[in-house]
Design a protein. Structure first.
Length: 313
């Protein structure tokens, strides 16, 4: 049984304590072990001029691991949002389902949070008791992280007032707010496989009540992972332990593709990518025991079997 599907398994509560809403030989692209593709020092910004000159570079945003440092007040436990944090990362850091954090703080779509915002948390004992009272199936549902939730709850905290440290040192400069993702127009692209390895975990239900919302493809460590279609990077980071280094790409027609367990991510949020462009290098980060790529295609909130869409496996 493949261990590659953290999307709907009871393993989420254990992984929550670490923390940000899945998972032959390969005959395609060879691994470039002698000279792996270098990580870009800066990702070319969206909107480069047609003359070939790049627009002024924006600071690239990367997900920040959340340190559980809540303070206890008369109103309960409070976590103050810091730059680089996301809603899902905060929920997982405290062992909470994302839906609980949303409900407790009255968040509404698009669930945006801001630097300096004070988020209410349940008491530690209360949170632990709630999780302990759940059945394995209830835990799987509560801690399942679907792509739609990652796209919303995975948005970085918006820049807000600078925060002084406890020692009253001068506040740091405000954190630049990430630019909105470029609009996507037109019909859905014709998708392609990100790597050519065989399927080692197929789409659908698995023993023990688990479900794989995508497929897992055999890969070699360091192998090029390519965009399945034209689109815009909606997420690139490693804040979800089960996915490891994860990339999400939004496509026209309401489609989203996901690429998990990468050794390295070579794109940043907001980057336009073309079908076949290298966006990551394959690895075995996250809840897997061998190099592979967890690959998903979703239309809206619905996962679709990539083999039905692309074929060839």
């Amino acid at each position: 049984m493949s261990r590659s599907n953290p999307f709907r398994s009871g393993a989420w509560p254990a992984m929550a304590a670490l923390l940000l809403v899945g998972c032959g030989s390969y005959g395609g692209l060879p691994a470039r072990r002698a000279a792996p593709p270098p990580r870009p020092a800066a990702v070319p910004p969206v909107g480069a001029a047609s003359s070939g000159k790049l627009a002024p570079a924006r600071p690239a945003w990367t997900a920040r691991r959340v340190v559980p440092d809540a303070v206890t007040t008369p109103a309960g436990r409070i976590h103050t949002v810091k730059s680089g944090e996301t809603g899902i990362a905060i929920a997982r850091a405290y062992g909470l389902p994302w839906s609980d954090l949303v409900a407790l703080n009255g968040l509404s779509p698009p669930y945006a949070i801001e630097v300096g915002q004070r988020l209410r948390l349940p008491g530690a004992a209360q949170a632990a008791a709630r999780v302990a009272s759940m059945s394995m199936e209830q835990r799987a549902r509560a801690f399942a992280l679907d792509i739609d939730t990652i796209v919303t709850g995975g948005e970085p905290a918006r820049g807000g007032p600078a925060m002084a440290s406890p020692r009253r040192t001068p506040p740091t400069a405000p954190v630049p707010q990430p630019a909105p993702l470029p609009a996507l127009v037109g019909d859905a692209p014709t998708f392609r496989w990100p790597v050519e390895g065989r399927v080692i975990s197929s789409f659908g239900a698995k023993p023990g009540g688990r479900f794989n919302d995508g497929v897992n493809l055999k890969a070699s460590a360091g192998q090029a992972v390519r965009a399945a279609g034209d689109g815009v990077v909606a997420y690139a980071g490693d804040a979800i332990p089960g996915f490891g280094n994860l990339v999400l790409v939004k496509h026209a027609g309401g489609w989203v593709s996901a690429y998990g367990h990468n050794e390295a991510v070579l794109v940043a949020r907001g980057r336009r990518v073309a079908a076949g462009e290298v966006i990551a290098r394959a690895g075995q980060t996250g809840a897997v025991a061998e190099p592979q790529v967890h690959f998903e295609l979703r239309r809206g909130r619905t996962p679709i079997d990539p083999q039905r869409v692309i074929g060839g496996r």
